[in-house]
Design a protein around this ligand. Structure first.
Ligand code: PMP
Ligand code: GLN
Length: 382
């Protein structure tokens, strides 16, 4: 048996979703919308399925989707991308993260990670025989501790892997923070793996900036996106990596050994999605901001101290402010069992010792009536 996998628990998202089902709770835990993707994208998938696009597609992705990914890079960020040599389509961002790490790491290399972090990062880095060097952001501001970040880079650093807009904090990295990271990446001659799955989900005028757009970063960045978040289709698991032509063959070979290909009909539909007009992409942030405001205002009214969220599907709330004396795990369990509302304990996003244990993460990618019912249930429980 593999010891690292034996030591890895079942993901918190599966645990809490199962608990939600068991208790008939409204699931504001695992981050998935309770509304469907755009009808034209769904229809494109159905059409592609009936058109017989059902056998192995090209390994790095169907040409339409690689072209659409390249065009989206240009349209949203001005990044010139060769669709034939600089894109790999993967089965979700999860695979894209693993393939990107596989592409650059050798055993013994160090990878700088920023905590709180997505739960696949640390196990995947370790499974590849590499060493995580974790730098912690602290609530309530989640500011980048620059001196600590600089100290985490050293002669063995091969990559930094980080997420912006960030799950679970809702932080959007600023231009100045990204410039600081870019400088470290250049000085230490390493790579940046950029998990940008929430790239289009930003609020209040905040704009996502890909690290790849900063000077010197075009060749060193592996930029990861996901159709799951961009089209409200989390179950589709279509992701994509954009990187320099020198890196792409290794990402492709990692993908070849992980899944080899990704369902062709879904790829075709995601290509249709990425070509949607600017109004669609603008509407994503506007609609989600309204949902965030309902949930954040409702939780605040109930007495929670809710931290600001500039991006992503999530808000985090301080559970001490309602007088709850247990930790975040106890809170999320109790809330599910008694109030019939599920949230995710933020400690699940920490790998290091003594994480802050008084924050719960609530997903707001839900219909307004569901958010209001969840708030009513929490209010009745308190
Ligand atoms: N990274 C982050 C930060 C996420 O929140 C998620 C979850 N959706 C993923 C990666 C995985 O994305 P996908 O479902 O496309 O594999
Ligand atoms: N990314 C989603 C979240 O953070 C869930 C992904 C998963 O279930 N693995 O809630």
């Amino acid at each position: 048996m593999n010891e690292l996998l034996s030591a890895t628990g079942t993901t918190i998202f599966t645990v809490m979703s199962a608990l939600a089902v068991q208790h008939g709770a409204i699931n504001l835990g695992q981050g998935f919308p309770d509304y469907d993707g755009p009808p034209d994208v769904l229809k494109a998938a159905a059409d592609a399925l009936m058109d017989g696009r059902n056998q192995y597609p090209p390994m790095t992705g169907v040409p339409e989707l690689r072209q659409a990914v390249a065009a989206a890079n240009k349209r949203f960020y001005g990044i010139e991308v060769d669709p034939n040599a600089e894109v790999v389509v993967t089965s979700g961002a999860t695979e894209a993260i693993t393939a990107s790490l596989m592409a650059v790491l050798n055993p013994g290399d160090e990878v700088v990670l920023i905590e709180p972090l997505y739960d696949t990062y640390v196990p995947t880095v370790k499974l590849l025989g590499a060493i995580p060097r974790i730098v912690r952001l602290s609530p309530p501001k989640w500011e980048l501790p620059r001196a600590e970040l600089a100290a985490a880079f050293g002669p063995k650093t091969k990559a930094i892997l980080f997420n912006t807009p960030m799950n679970p904090t809702g932080k959007v990295f600023t231009a100045a923070e990204l410039a600081f990271i870019a400088d470290l990446v250049t000085r230490h001659d390493c790579y940046a793996i950029c998990d940008e799955v929430y790239e289009h989900l930003t609020y209040d005028g905040w704009k996502h900036i890909p690290l790849m757009t900063l000077p010197g970063m075009r060749e060193r960045s592996l930029r990861i996106g996901s159709a799951g978040k961009t089209f409200n289709l989390t179950g589709w698991k279509v992701g994509y990596v954009t990187c320099d032509r020198a890196l792409q063959p290794n990402v492709a070979k990692a993908h070849q050994n992980l899944t080899f290909t990704t369902p062709p009909n879904l790829q075709r539909a995601v290509a249709v999605g990425l070509a949607k007009d600017d109004a669609y992409f603008a509407s994503l942030g506007a609609e989600l901001a309204a949902r965030r405001d309902i949930l954040a205002a409702g939780l605040t009214e109930l007495g929670f101290h809710v931290l600001p969220a500039m991006g992503s599907y999530f808000v985090t709330a301080d559970i001490r402010s309602i007088g709850f004396t247990g930790d975040d795990v106890a809170f999320c369990r109790t809330l599910t069992e008694e109030a019939k509302v599920t949230a995710i304990p933020v400690t699940a996003f920490y790998a290091g010792e003594n994480p802050p244990n008084h924050y719960a993460r609530f997903a707001f990618c839900k219909n307004e009536s569901v958010l209001r019912e969840a708030l009513a249930r929490i209010g009745a429980w308190m």
